[in-house]
Ligand binder design. Sequence first.
Ligand code: DC
Length: 220
Amino acid sequence: MSLVIAMDGPSGSGKSSASKGVARALGLRYLDTGAMYRAMTWWMLDQGVPVEDAAAVAAKAGDPVLESGTDPDAPTISVDGADVSGPIRTREVTNAVSAVSAVPEVRARLVALQREIIGTGGIVVEGRDIGTVVVPDAPVKVYLTASEQVRAARRAKDLAADPGATVTVTQAEQARRDKLDSTRKASPLTMAADAHEIDSTELSLGEVIEAVVRLAKEQT
Ligand code: DC
């Protein structure tokens, strides 16, 4: 397998910006698996599927056609041919995504799709279970963290257009989502035993990218 860089960690740890930056620096493709769980969630909400009902979600998990573009300069995500990159970032989707992504049938379908896209490698993949489940033999595994306050402040900045998304509200919603993501039965967020932990609380984006690029170069 050629290079696969697995980037896992909780929300707001800076995974997306760092993963895209690393992919650009090394000429690799980029896959945002969180966007796939968000797209599945958007579709369930759009179809009126009760997202807290795991059996209802499981019954529909095979239906939407998801497509992910892997250019780090212009990542795309579509459902049934429609671009959903905007709608998947709303708070409605963000607050429903943990329930949908805890359903084993959803995970089985998306992990299979992710492995298809990863193929023989040459890609940076960000998510929660990349180093533990999706590509357990990835040559480079990073677990990116940051303090809860810094993560909430970053998320609130992303949601600046939403007047309800104050730092306090965002921090509470994020804590709830992290708890659900880390305690679910199917592939919870955990650090792989062989992952390198990078705490980005005090680091600039450039420093995080540099650290991951250095790890990648050590492996190749
Ligand atoms: O990275 P993100 O915040 O866009 O991810 C959205 C949600 O998707 C996250 O709360 C948990 C879920 N997710 C997952 O279960 N497994 C992944 N590999 C990626 C995301």
